[in-house]
Design a protein around this ligand. Structure first.
Ligand code: ADP
Ligand code: MG
Ligand code: MG
Length: 877
């Protein structure tokens, strides 16, 4: 295969092969934009290297040929003594992984070529600065040395000279630093820093390949659900220099505000700087607007290019650029990450600009983003003690205990505590802590800093660059103006939408998007209008209906306001709790048919009134009522508590308690989940299901008499064999006939055997609803309540699954059972209605799966209904 592509050979659609960075560098090259020449080693080469443990055959020769062509074009040889060509060796995977992987700049410098570079540039300081940067980056990235070793050396040098900024170091200082750095390399690796330019490049390429499997890259991929086996491409790019004096510099820019979507000039610029200096927070950057004064020609050219890129990509782009003595160079672009609010705004703005259509707008937002917009915000009216204000880097309202290290964040979050990770600035090593925290607060760095970029990508609340804070991570505290000191464990609140930081816990309120769904305002809000347009279009496109899981009139009504088209799961068990518990106990304790009938007779009117309210709230829409599902002992007192009560009472003990105790012991099950529950209860306790069916039928009759349009459906849980269903169905039909009410009778598909015999079960069921919580438990053979804490994180580490099967449907296992049931159920009964009512019904990925296998509807919790609507629309595009 061809392993190396010149920038003139690639294009933006080759991301699989060239990675995002390489594909877009090629695209910009072909657009005629000023990109330094270079070439890309493919991800295929990386995959081969990682699986075979060595460079694939022919790669060396191909790289050499491209390097020679590059040298020819530039009229310079890599690392030549008199006038060296320098290159960067840059990672670049298909999906951007900000700061996760490695890049080495200034490859080609050694003790001779540094002199040549100095002479050519007429700047000794620049040349020695570049050289020490090479050793530093190479040492860290390729040789695996601690970055601190080098940081400490430069800090010591500055301290010795009594200066604080790198800008105060001169050529001689950097030359001395090069010696120190070489010494560090020798001391810690036992070998010398390689002076052969081609050898430097070869080693850097391998290091970039290896960085694919660095622990932080693995964590990041898991979090972002990026496949493990993609590999990274490597870009070799001729160096241009932002550190050639004050007419040079480097910057980052967005074509729109990634926080709000507003068009304008957004970015940061740093004079006399190279590479990561901008985002590392080493020196304070200036807002990009300032470039207009610093270098008006480059500024104008940059704005032109930004416009070209936005029109070309038809989307927000982010950009990395460098100015070398007044000449602008583009070093990277990509379709940029953005906040959820910006995603909706930008999508509709682009429609209005005529750049995309509504289908594309719906594609460009996601259910996860919509869910974020539905998060609560801080209560504007609440009393707050503001500590300081930083930059609003990633929106949301986060409250938690301040912690000062990634480890501590992960540790406390693991115990279920809400934490805010507070750092001076974050590095890729903080990733685990950022994932664990509710929010991230930094005292340095702008909206393009590591913390900001990563937090936005994760949808995590972030305030960055709160410069008034003095963060002392080692001491575990920060101080703020006004004598405020926050110690580890103190609660703070951060507002990622405004940048405000508050002491203590601030109460939160609904988002305007939720208020809009609720019909109580928000309609004037520009964001709400964008959401509304997108939702309308998604609704128009989707094939699946969306229902809600709700078991009281309030939830049903709310779900309806959120756009639910019925109830897919109305649980009846909660209706047996509270003060009705005693009636259920009576049922369980009944010793004669008469007692049992009396107990059921007392329950029935209560059940009926529950159903009347729900049917009224969902008038005209289907309401699927599931007959009682959990094992009976859930309604009885706790064994230990009751035993103690009886023991304490001694001879005075209530005889009813003694009977209860006997019942508790009798009903005790080793494994209640697989015990006497669902349809099994209905078959074993005469009259239980019929009481429920009668309550449903009579509720429907009453609603109809009142002029309503009740559409009850009766759902039998935990069926594994058609015979279980037949008996229940026959009795239910008799009752419906008596009451003159029509209702579909169907079943949950939640036991693997039911899925496997769906063809038979469909004979007795008018509808199936996949209960994917139980189906997942029973298919994997583990109970959710027991395993998540016990070993899920280990399973995730081992890659046995990439995401919990309780969160997203396990397509190949559970999903396969669903496909079988859909196919065989429809074969038996072509008009069978098919839905899902497990937790998965509101999970975007799972909604797409349900669409693919041809379900008629998904049902989810009321709050997830808009998310499901949007994703069902996206699935249908
Ligand atoms: P990342 O993927 O972490 O952004 P990059 O490969 O983009 O890493 O490199 C980081 C920075 O290094 C770039 O933003 C750019 O400023 C600088 N850089 C990379 N290649 C070159 C080059 N050929 N000339 C000048 N600067 C470069
Ligand atoms: Mg970059
Ligand atoms: Mg179930």
């Amino acid at each position: 295969p061809k392993y190396v592509y010149d920038f003139t050979e690639g294009n933006k659609d080759l991301k699989d092969l060239l990675g995002g960075k390489g594909a877009n560098l090629a695209e910009m090259t072909n657009l005629g934009l000023p990109v330094p020449p270079g070439f890309t080693i493919t991800t295929e080469a990386c995959r081969a290297y990682l699986t075979e443990g060595g460079l694939p055959e022919g790669l060396d020769e191909e790289v050499e040929a491209h390097l020679e062509a590059l040298e020819q074009g530039m009229g310079k040889r890599l690392g030549a003594a008199a006038d060296p060509l320098l290159v960067s060796v840059r990672s670049g995977a298909k999906f951007s992984m900000p700061g996760m992987m490695e890049t080495v700049l200034n490859i080609g410098l050694n003790d001779e070529s540094v002199q040549g570079l100095a002479k050519q540039a007429g700047d000794d300081r620049f040349a020695w600065d570049s050289y020490r940067r090479l050793i530093q980056m190479f040492g860290k990235t390729v040789l695996g040395l601690e970055g601190d070793l080098f940081e400490t050396a430069i800090d010591d040098l500055k301290r010795g000279k009594g200066v604080v900024s790198d800008l105060d170091l001169d050529a001689a200082d950097f030359q001395r630093l090069v010696d120190t750095y070489k010494g560090i390399v020798r001391e810690h690796t036992g070998g010398d820093f390689p002076s052969d330019p081609r050898e430097q490049m070869r080693q850097a390429v391998r290091a970039v390949f290896d960085s694919w499997n660095a622990p932080r890259a693995i964590i990041y991929r898991r979090q972002e659900r990026i496949p493990e086996d993609l590999g990274t491409a490597v870009n070799i790019v001729a160096m241009v220099f932002g550190n050639l004096g004050m007419e040079s510099g480097t910057g980052v820019a967005f074509t729109r505000d990634p926080g709000s979507g507003q068009q304008g000039v957004y970015g940061d610029y740093l004079q006399n700087a190279q590479g990561e200096d901008v985002v590392a927070g080493i020196r304070n950057t200036v807002p990009l607007q300032r470039l207009e004064e610093i270098d008006p020609a480059s500024y104008r050219r940059l704005l032109e290019i930004m416009k070209t890129l936005e029109d070309h990509y038809r989307d927000l782009c982010d950009i990395e650029f460098t100015i070398e003595r007044g000449k602008l160079w583009m070093l990277q672009t990509r379709v940029g990450k953005r906040t959820a609010a910006a995603a909706f705004r930008i999508a509709t703005q682009l429609v209005d600009q005529g750049l995309i259509d509504m289908d594309e707008a719906v594609r460009r937002v996601s259910g996860a983003q919509l869910a974020q917009l539905m998060f609560p915000r801080f209560d504007g009216g609440a009393e707050k003690k503001t500590i300081t204000k930083g930059m609003n880097a990633s929106p949301g309202a986060a409250v938690g205990k301040a912690v000062f290290s990634s480890e501590r964040a992960a540790e406390l979050a693991g115990k279920g505590e809400d934490v805010i990770l507070v750092r001076r600035e974050t590095t890729p090593d903080d990733l685990a802590g950022m994932i664990a925290a509710r929010g991230v607060l930094t005292s340095r760095g702008g909206k393009t800093s590591h913390a900001a970029v990563v937090a936005r990508g994760m949808g995590k609340t972030c305030v960055c660059g709160a410069e008034e804070l003095d963060v002392d991570a080692r001491a575990g505290r920060f101080t703020a103006p006004g004598g405020v000191t926050v110690q580890e464990g103190d609660v703070i609140s951060i507002d990622g939408s405004t940048g405000e930081v508050f002491l203590g816990e601030v109460p939160v309120v609904d988002s305007p998007v939720v208020e809009y769904f609720e019909g109580v305002g928000g309609a004037a809000d520009e964001l709400v209008q964008a959401v509304d347009r997108v939702m309308r279009h998604a609704d128009e496109r989707r094939r699946m209906a969306v229902r809600a899981n709700a078991d009281n009139p309030e939830d049903a009504a709310r779900a309806r306001r959120f756009g639910a088209e019925g109830i897919g799961l109305c649980r009846t068990e909660h209706m047996f709790l509270g003060d009705r518990r005693r009636l259920v106990e009576d049922l369980i304790l009944a010793e004669s048919d008469e007692d049992r009938r009396a107990a059921l007779g007392a329950l029935e009117p209560l059940q009926k009134s529950d159903f009347v309210g729900i049917l009224a709230a969902m008038d005209g829409l289907p309401v699927t009522v599931r007959l009682i599902d959990p094992p009976l002992h859930e309604f009885l007192p706790d064994l230990t508590a009751l035993s103690v009560k009886i023991a304490v009472a001694g001879d005075e003990a209530d005889p009813r308690d003694r009977k209860l105790l006997a019942a508790v012991k009798r009903l005790h099950e080793q494994n209640p989940m697989l015990g006497l529950r669902g349809v099994r209860l209905g078959l074993v306790i005469p009259g239980l299901f019929t009481m429920q069916v009668r309550a449903i039928a009579e509720a429907a009759a009453e609603r109809r008499a009142a002029g309503g349009d009740p559409r009850a459906e009766i759902m039998i849980p935990l069926v594994s064999a058609v015979q279980e269903l037949e008996g229940v169905r026959d009795e239910a039909e008799k009752i419906l006939a008596e009451t003159g009410v029509e209702a579909l009778i169907g079943t949950m598909i939640e036991v693997p055997r039911a899925a496997l015999t769906a063809g038979q079960i469909a004979e007795a069921a008018r509808f199936f609803s996949f209960g994917t919580n139980d189906l997942t438990q029973m298919t994997w053979g583990f109970s959710r309540d027991d395993v998540e804490a016990a070993f899920f994180s280990r399973y995730l580490d081992l890659g046995i699954f990439g995401v919990s099967p309780f969160e997203t449907i396990d397509r190949s296992g559970v999903g396969r059972l669903m496909r079988i049931a859909v196919e065989e159920g429809r074969a038996t009964r072509p008009d069978i209605k098919l839905g899902i009512c497990g937790e998965h019904g509101g999970d975007p990925e799972s909604v797409h799966f349900c669409h693919e296998i041809g379900l008629d509807y998904v049902s989810c919790s009321p709050f997830r209904v808009p998310v499901a609507r949007l994703e069902a629309g996206r699935a249908a595009l």
